[in-house]
Ligand binder design. Structure first.
Ligand code: IPM
Ligand code: MG
Length: 356
């Protein structure tokens, strides 16, 4: 039986609770589909800092490099807010993305009909939304040098090389080929040099994809269009910081940030994580929604391990559970028939998969 090594990073806050549920589900589908998952846990984030003084010990980076895929929960917490930048939990994640070369972050946003009223946006605006944010993840202002804060003056640098733009643009066009064949590239080319290079380069890459319709949008307009008429989007291609902001905005269409998975690919091994954070305010209470992490595990099976059938099983079990009215606390107000804890949600999904 084929065995895959999965590096598991539970992290901080609700991370451990939600990752445990994802593992429960992975165990069932792997059994059903006859493959083995060999999990190895690593520290990253605030917990790693507490244990070792480093938010990302070398052992974690090495272990991840040797694995077939990485499943990650969440990191961060108020407790570590005042640490110097290099020691903050977030630095651990940024370093891991960089070290593994994970330059492409895919954040799909789909609206489950059952939860359409859970969104703060109007049902008629969001019905049928199905878009994918392709965010560049290892460049731009997050990593640009120089970066300085001397107490009187502070600055960061937004840099993109042509090669970096080409490779992320290719991911967006390839993704669009499997979807509705539309790419909207988001930049700030009316103001920034880096965006002008971005736009010109995306135009060049587009020549290799004549079947994909390319449009460009300034990021301020994109933020507005996402709430005005989100159905106009298929694939949104954008840089690191714009993608960070727009993907949080887009997540609200699904009704809860607790529903959205993501994958970070393009490097040595893929990393899969929910798009939400560590929610320290509800950590340890057993009320977090594990669905985003379970869907991330499904993306891991699909994209890193090629286990399409196992991934499909998870996705349909989740649809079923939501349509039957099972809800964690974040969604309890919306047609809930049963309000369940983090663990109960995991158990119900397991039952659905077993029966399928
Ligand atoms: C995300 C997060 C991270 C980011 C933080 C935790 C560094 O907001 O994955 O979207 O900004 O990339
Ligand atoms: Mg973010």
């Amino acid at each position: 039986m084929k065995t895959y090594d999965i590096a598991v990073i539970k992290g901080d806050g609700i991370g451990p609770e939600i990752v445990d549920e994802a593992i429960k589900i992975l165990d069932v589908v792997s059994k059903k589909e006859n493959f083995n998952l060999n999990y190895k846990e690593y520290l990253m984030g605030g917990c790693a800092y507490e244990a070792t003084g480093n938010p990302i010990p070398d052992e974690t980076i090495e272990g991840c490099k040797k694995s077939d895929a990485i499943l990650f929960g969440s990191i961060g917490g108020y407790k570590w807010d005042n640490l110097p930048r290099e020691l903050k939990p977030e630095s651990g994640l940024l370093k891991l993305r960089k070290e593994l070369g994970l330059f492409a972050n895919l954040r799909p946003v789909a609206v489950f009909d059952e939860l359409i009223e859970a969104s703060s946006m109007k049902p008629e605006v969001i019905k049928g939304v199905d878009l994918l944010v392709v965010r560049e993840l290892t460049g731009g202002i997050y990593f640009g040098e120089p970066r300085v804060n001397d107490g009187q003056k502070a600055y960061n640098t937004m840099v993109y090389s042509k090669d970096e733009i080409i490779r992320i643009a290719k991911v967006a066009f390839e993704s669009a080929m499997k979807r509705d064949k539309k790419v909207c590239s988001v930049d700030k080319a009316n103001v920034l040099e880096v965006s002008r290079l971005w736009r010109a380069t995306v135009e060049e890459v587009a020549l290799d994809y004549p079947r994909v319709e390319l449009s460009h949008m300034f990021v301020d307009n994109a933020a507005m269009q996402l709430v005005r008429d989100p159905r106009q989007f298929d694939v949104i291609l954008t840089g690191n910081i714009f993608g960070d902001i727009l993907s949080d905005e887009a997540s609200m269409m699904s009704g809860s940030i607790g529903l959205l998975p993501s994958s970070s690919i393009g490097g040595i091994v893929g990393l899969y994580e929910p798009i939400h954070g560590s929610a320290p305010d509800i950590a340890g209470q057993g009320i977090a929604n594990p669905i985003a992490t379970i869907l991330s595990a499904s993306m891991m099976l699909r994209y890193s391990l090629g286990k399409t059938k196992a991934a499909d099983m998870i996705d349909s079990a989740i649809k079923e559970v939501l349509s039957e009215g099972y809800r964690t606390a974040d969604l309890a107000k919306y047609h809930a028939k049963v309000v369940c804890s983090t663990q109960e949600m995991g158990d119900i999904i397991v039952e659905k998969i077993k029966k399928a």
